[in-house]
Design a protein around this ligand. Structure first.
Ligand SMILES: [Zn+2]
Length: 71
């Protein structure tokens, strides 16, 4: 175990609330090769995804994944 991940506190870009980018979520991101940190808390992320889905049907299939922030 060379990795030393720690939970990170991130400010949600939508609601400006702090949320925790958990170690489990970081590992999930790493596994998938995502370099970016999430910008939204879980609830805003869910809302954002729904909005994207209703605004843009054609791209939904190509979305790499639903990124769930695992608590
Ligand atoms: Zn939020």
């Amino acid at each position: 175990m060379g990795r030393q991940l720690e939970p990170k506190i991130i400010i949600c870009c939508d609601c400006k609330q702090e949320f925790v980018f958990t170690v489990a979520a970081q590992e999930y991101f790493l596994e998938r090769g995502y370099n970016e940190e999430p910008k939204r808390c879980k609830s805003c992320h869910t809302k954002y995804k729904k909005l994207q889905r209703s605004n843009n049907h054609s791209q939904v299939e190509q979305e790499p994944s639903e990124v769930h922030i695992v608590e």
